[in-house]
Design a protein around this ligand. Structure first.
Ligand SMILES: Nc1ncnc2c1ncn2[C@@H]1O[C@H](COP(=O)(O)OP(=O)(O)OP(=O)(O)O)[C@@H](O)[C@H]1O
Length: 289
């Protein structure tokens, strides 16, 4: 199933509308959304998921506007990996993964044995099946992130919307998750992910959408988008570029540090209460007993 942005403009509070987006995410494709903090990547992803109304234009899922789909039906096709979840209601890892089956359950029906099997398989794929009965609240950041991805894997959508899917993950698990998304695309799903890591984008995406702070946007095949000068302007950050095994690699060029001290010397020192004045000891020296 394809996802189409039809002259789509997203609604960002206190900001004028940016460039209208007209692009199609085809089955099997892997799109990366790049841009600096606060530019609107999450807002766009939530608009594509139907969680927010567009400011103008529309999102088209398959052959009809997303707005005309029933939520439950749309959720059988579109899955969203949230950037951070703060829903600390008491649930186990398995119960959380099973949320992925909710779009398929009939009213007042419980999950079937097959649903539970799917959830276990997804947890296994993410290497966290041994945590199935653990409370979500006890997990590390990286384990939680893998539960979020396992939940969408249990949902098995045609279109994956993933907001910084490698958040909290160590290098090994970053590669595992990107390989999983790649596998989903090879099996015919479409993947759209917000990324901060240019190198992950260069290696794992085939299309990129660049969102600039002034509202400008450009999109297209990865190789046309990974132009160093355009990326430097995107992040307001000079880059060093290399080519390793045919894949471009980007590193931030070290910035010249500001020569202005903080706090400025002109500030009266009494503006910053000392630790002693606050009754705290900042002596971190370890002493033997
Ligand atoms: N409910 C809200 N009220 C006011 N401003 C909001 C609200 N939600 C988002 N914003 C603002 O909209 C802008 C876009 O936010 P968004 O989370 O989409 O950015 P982002 O590109 O995903 O950022 P990051 O890279 O930091 O995750 C930000 O300036 C944010 O502060």
């Amino acid at each position: 199933m394809r996802l189409h942005c039809d002259a789509l403009q997203i609604d960002i509070p206190d900001r004028s509308l940016g460039q209208a987006l007209s692009l199609t995410v085809e089955p099997g494709s892997r799109w990366g959304i790049l841009g600096p903090n606060g530019v609107g990547k999450t807002t766009l992803l939530h608009t594509l998921a139907g969680l927010r109304q567009p400011a103008d234009g529309q999102v088209v899922l398959g052959d009809r506007p997303l707005a005309s789909w029933r939520r439950r039906q749309a959720a059988q096709h579109v899955g969203l990996v949230f950037q951070e979840r703060h829903d600390d209601f008491p649930a186990t890892v398995l119960e959380t993964a099973l949320i992925g089956r909710h779009p398929y359950l009939r009213a007042w029906h419980n999950e079937s044995a097959e649903d539970i099997e799917r959830a276990h398989l997804a947890l296994k794929r993410l290497g966290i099946d041994h945590l199935a009965q653990r409370s979500l609240a006890t997990l590390s950041g990286g384990e939680r992130q893998r539960v979020s991805i396992a939940t969408v894997l249990t949902q098995s959508p045609d279109i994956w919307l993933a907001d910084e899917p490698t958040n909290h993950l160590d290098l090994h698990h970053q590669v595992e998750v990107m390989a999983l998304l790649d596998e989903q695309a090879r099996h015919g799903s479409a993947v759209v992910m917000c990324l901060h890591d240019l190198n992950l984008a260069a290696r794992w995406c085939d299309h990129l959408l660049l969102l600039y702070p002034d509202g400008e946007a450009c999109w297209g095949p990865r190789d046309e988008m990974l132009v160093t000068s355009a990326l430097e302007r995107l992040y307001d950050q000079p880059l060093i570029t290399a080519d390793i095994d045919g894949v471009p690699v980007f590193l931030p060029r070290a910035a010249a540090f500001s020569s202005t001290p903080f706090p400025p010397a002109s500030f009266p020192s009494t503006s910053f209460p000392s630790a002693a004045a606050q009754g705290e000891s900042h002596d971190t020296t370890r002493r033997g007993s």
